[in-house]
Design a protein around this ligand. Sequence first.
Ligand code: ATP
Ligand code: MG
Length: 395
Amino acid sequence: TLNVPNNPIIPFIEGDGIGIDITPPMIKVVDTAVNKAYGGSRKISWMEVFAGEKAVKVYGKDKEGKDTWLPSETMQAVRDYVISIKGPLTTPVGGGIRSLNVSLRQELDLYVCLRPIQYFSGVPSPVKHPEKTDMVIFRENTEDIYAGIEWAAGTDEVEKVITFLSDMGMRKKIRFPESSAIGIKPVSIDGSQRLVRKAIQYAIDNNRKSVTIAHKGNIMKFTEGGFRDWGYEVAKQEFGAVEIDGGPWCKLPNGIIIKDCIADAFLQEILLHPQDYDVVATLNLNGDYVSDALAAQVGGIGIAPGANLSDTVAMFEATHGTAPKIAGKNIANPSSLILSAEMMLRHLGWTEAADLVLKGVANAIISKRVTSDFSTQMEGATQVGTAEFGDEIIA
Ligand code: ATP
Ligand code: MG
């Protein structure tokens, strides 16, 4: 458990694009909720740190003449203050940086991508019964085919791999022409187990019904199948789960079911029987697909919050990008970042303030005075701006 002072310093990154629209209402909503919940005895001291385009503006170039996209002060603050929140960031073009979000995840070893999927009554949804969807996704954030180990077709590296596989007699068995590009999918025992461990612990702490391991172990036996097997191992060896009817499904002493589902079937399942799924533990690529599909199911990325966690650091963030087309126009829906802040308050143990934020968002949606992403699809709705929607939540 965290030892949180009444006056914690929390670094925030405003973010690029619509970050400038959604960050101020997020801060206003959080400050109001905290003040109301604790009568002024607790207060967050916000500390602005810079990343992305704003960092380039503030810091200029480094000693080597490169743009400062991610200043070391920012990394230091995020590490030192443990809990932080950020808006979306522009991915720099060129300069050898893959993406600022990926850099942050890798440097801070933020191995859990946490995405709660909950439905707020009244939100436009493409499904008939969106209220049946209530899930929490734990996506592994550092491994898998997303690790970035890949080589373009025609490179020396590819040639070496092809020679190696030829020597092993592999090329006789599979189609693998010289013109291939190659990507490597590393999935480790400890990388998988620390993710599943976090998911199971979350299920226990939050009285959830089940944990589903979503994988393609039928095809990728050692990587995705390994993830499944190592996951069950954690449940049995560390949490005392026992097999149901000879396994592989098992049950924790408190009744939480640990099960698994093949990832493609899982995408069908979450549409057809969402009520059967609760906490989900999955690999990086599957988790990416599943998170966006589920976000759409309950109202889209304008209302999808998230967090990236390591064993120490927690960074909360809206899951969408910078949406440059609507940036600076007071149009974007601030719910994604406000609900990320709600997760942050819960992480701090400030449950009363978190509950107030949730209630505010739910009631603002019911009031039908909402941003255009919702108002255009809601009968009888009035379109309001980003800042006004924040005020509606406060009201
Ligand atoms: P990036 O390159 O940073 O990913 P993007 O334009 O792809 O930027 P996304 O955030 O990925 O932006 O979103 C795609 C679209 O979804 C945007 O064009 C925008 O219309 C919509 N969108 C995203 N976030 C919001 C939001 N908070 N409120 C309303 N609409 C949003
Ligand atoms: Mg995008």
